[in-house]
Design a protein around this ligand. Sequence first.
Ligand SMILES: [Zn+2]
Length: 257
Amino acid sequence: MIMYNTCVLLARTTQTVPHISLSFFDMLLSIAFVIVAVFSISAQFSVNSTFKKYSGYVSRRGYTADEVARQLLINAGIYDVRVEPIRGNLTDHYDPGSKTLRLSQSVYGSRSIAAIGVAAHETGHAIQHNEGYSPLSLRNTIFPVVNIGSKLAMPLVFVGCLFYYFNFSLIVLEVAAMLFSFVVIFHLITLPVEFNASSRAIALLDRYSFLDGDELNGAKKVLKAAAMTYVAATASSIIQLLRIIVMIMGKSGRRRD
Ligand SMILES: [Zn+2]
């Protein structure tokens, strides 16, 4: 984003004809960017503080998070997914390629409500994969393109800005916008995948009585806070894409003048 803002400043030095509508739209996007940045920071703060809070509550049943994950997998009829620890904090994920459910240091072996909630959420992803849940399949299919897009889009925006500054072709910015649109699509598909994994997690924890009553509410709060970080990431990616598009439109508009 810093690269992008430098780019916008550079681009503005080349503007001789004011484009009121685009400038207004750009201003709206700048305001939206600030709002989303604040939302992103507060979502990150909220997930850390909620996880920390409910890490302090040990579940009454006394199972560890990895034991819960293994049992939920067996209950779902899944026997080929491994559950193993991984370094780091909130690095928990399900890897569909190797069919491995990796739980972070603060989750694996923990008996806390927060850890059990996270482990059940990741198990939800393993169940989605096993069932062939279509948004997850689509997300996994476009992931290689997104991986390239997320790495190349911002450097391309910067190179595109240099082209823009020297009044060359818009092709680099257009390629950047196209690549970045895959990143946006990926984030949009991620939302139902994440919400669905969380709702499965809560339903399973309730059905098999791993958590109950206030414990279940605690796990819900942890998963809801985590979901908000995905909403923030999606909103942020949409704004970045719109800003690249506005830049392209601004340049196209000046060409017609
Ligand atoms: Zn997830």
